[in-house]
Design a protein around this ligand. Structure first.
Ligand code: DGL
Length: 280
């Protein structure tokens, strides 16, 4: 690695995801807290997490967290919904600094947004884990919750197709068909990639369904955490962001701009063997 661990002007926020998608959370984070330096790890060599077993994803999430801890972050963010669903409690027990996941903030935001039924769209693994249902039921045991997995959406978004593309609209219509008939009060965008399709989802679901972005809800939780910490932000605007990817840095920088809404200027490769060695 060129970048020496801990070589930030002030303690960074460590963010990880299975790949590029977590940059949609970074976009919200830099909008809300522009002065906070960020170290981001995208595990692009092992994406998608959403089709893997929860045990495998848990191991990957632990490795990503251990890697980010080298940078002495003030907190860690599991931007990936699938990793949050599989490993939020495990990461909290493992990490010496606070861990913010996206499931609990997303669930809380949905419960606040409506008294009606709540829909969730996410990867196969996120929906199968029932993590959102558990988080919602903890807050309101009587709430009706309906989940739908949308496995084609991640590859379609990574392909660069935008929400006006007929293929995107046709796939979304198919996935949202049942949810449209359930009189939802809110729909949780339970995957890093879905905020990029929010306009099309809104059109299909109609104006009465509140769209809840888990990433935005997690950023509010991060703001609360930071307000309680004594570690200062660098005050620089915009603060530095260093990215690591387990796959091709050039592709990460090129596609990452669309997800994160900002140029990716520092990106380096880190091998999955190096991640695995963190826990050996
Ligand atoms: N980052 C994942 C999530 O939010 C989507 C991509 C994947 O399946 O790894 O669930």
């Amino acid at each position: 690695m060129e970048q020496a661990p801990g070589n930030f002007s002030s303690p960074p926020i460590g963010v990880f995801d299975s790949g590029l998608g977590g940059l949609t959370l970074v976009r919200e984070l830099t909008r809300a807290l522009p002065g906070e330096p960020i170290v981001y790890l995208g595990d692009s060599a092992r994406v998608p997490y959403g089709t893997k077993s929860l045990e495998t994803v848990r191991q990957f999430a632990l490795q990503c967290t251990a890697f980010l801890l080298q940078f002495e972050p003030k907190l860690i963010v599991a931007a990936c919904n699938t990793a949050s669903a599989a490993a939020a409690d495990t990461l909290e027990a493992f990490s010496p600094v606070p861990v913010v996941d996206v499931i609990r903030p997303g669930a809380a935001a949905a419960v606040t947004a409506t008294d009606g039924p709540i829909g969730i769209i996410g990867t196969e693994a996120t929906i199968a884990s029932a993590a959102y249902e558990r988080a919602i039921t903890e807050l309101d045991p009587t709430r009706e919750v309906i989940g739908a997995s949308c496995p084609l959406l991640v590859p379609i978004v990574e392909e660069g197709r935008d929400e006006n593309d007929p293929i995107v609209l046709s796939v979304l219509s198919e996935y949202l068909h049942d949810l449209q008939r359930r009189r939802l009060g809110a729909l949780i965008l339970g995957c890093t990639h879905y905020p990029l399709l929010a306009g099309a989802i809104r059109k299909l679901m109609g104006p009465d369904v509140a769209l809840v972005c888990s990433a935005a809800a997690a950023v509010q939780k991060i703001q609360l955490h930071l307000a309680g910490l004594t570690v200062p932000a660098s005050g620089e605007t915009p603060a530095e962001m260093h990215c690591y990817t387990t796959d091709n840095p050039e592709r990460f920088a090129r596609l990452g701009r669309r997800f994160g809404g900002r140029p990716i200027t520092h990106v380096q490769h880190v091998g999955t063997d190096e991640l695995q060695a963190q826990l050996a």
